[in-house]
Design a protein around this ligand. Structure first.
Ligand code: 1GP
Length: 255
């Protein structure tokens, strides 16, 4: 596989892909659920299917060596960007192309809003990791990310609250916002929320949590999402089949 120098250009690449395709898909690999070999295989299959980037992360990462191995192995197998999606300082690997420099805006604990970010910042600077400033918003109940991040969860039926946070993120200079329903969630982020945020937020609109169905993916895409994140599905045997259908469903949707 030909290698591209994408360090420093991941945000641009994502934006270009969005401009070209309207909605793009990203595979999320939680290093706690994959061996390096399996992660690399799933990543290369994802790229072949038409996925635009690989996110690597999770809420409960402890083993940073395992994270490094996984990032290294994935990067050997793909030419698309490999971007960290950290839940804590343990989610940083110098081998990645970029990091979603994320603040969990609706946490009750300042550690997840700015504490971990300050501790991790020097490491990111030292290794010249491209940092993509992102507001992270958690919705609904019962998610691991909500529990670990001590969130004041935004109810699924309160778009007005979501808008307040999205605008605040924009005014603070964040160029991406991630609407999270929780990994494996039975409910995805409602289209009413996505539509509402799309009206106000100018940057990359990322949506994840519970997306496994092509029709739902299409609705989320039509509502204005730029990036759909697929995590849990990658652990199932039928993931390739399903992923192909999801890619087809969201391709070339116009708003
Ligand atoms: C979790 O939004 C991501 O942080 C992906 O969710 O695992 O349910 O696809 P799933």
């Amino acid at each position: 596989v030909a290698k591209l120098d994408i360090r420093g250009a991941c945000e641009l690449l994502l934006n270009n892909e969005v401009k070209k395709n309207r909605t793009i898909l990203v595979s999320l690999i939680d290093p706690e659920n994959f061996t390096p070999k399996k992660a690399a295989l799933v990543a290369s299959k994802s790229q072949k299917i038409g996925i635009s980037a690989i996110f690597v992360g999770g809420s409960t990462i402890v083993d940073q060596r395992q994270l490094d191995y996984i990032v290294i192995r994935i990067r050997k197998n793909v030419t698309i960007p490999v971007i960290l999606f950290p839940g804590n300082i343990t989610g940083i690997s110098k081998y990645a192309n970029a990091i979603l420099f994320s603040s969990l805006l609706n946490s009750n604990n300042p550690y997840y809003i700015i504490g971990a970010q300050a501790i991790g910042a020097i490491h990111i600077w030292k290794h010249k990791l491209e940092a993509i400033p992102m507001g992270y918003l958690v919705f609904g109940e019962n998610s691991t990310t909500g529990f670990i991040g001590q969130v004041n969860s935004i109810p699924f039926d309160k778009p007005s609250i979501a808008i307040m946070y999205a605008l605040a993120a924009q005014y603070m200079g964040m160029r991406a916002i991630y609407l999270e329903a929780g990994s494996g969630s039975a409910k995805t982020i409602p289209t009413t929320i996505i539509k509402a945020i799309r009206r106000y937020f100018k940057g990359l609109l990322i949506v994840g949590g519970g997306i496994t169905d092509p029709e739902i993916a299409k609705e989320i895409s039509k509502a204005g999402a730029d990036i759909l994140v697929i995590g849990n599905l990658l652990q199932t045997k039928i993931f390739e089949n399903k992923l192909i259908k999801i890619v087809k469903a969201v391709r070339n949707i116009r708003l």
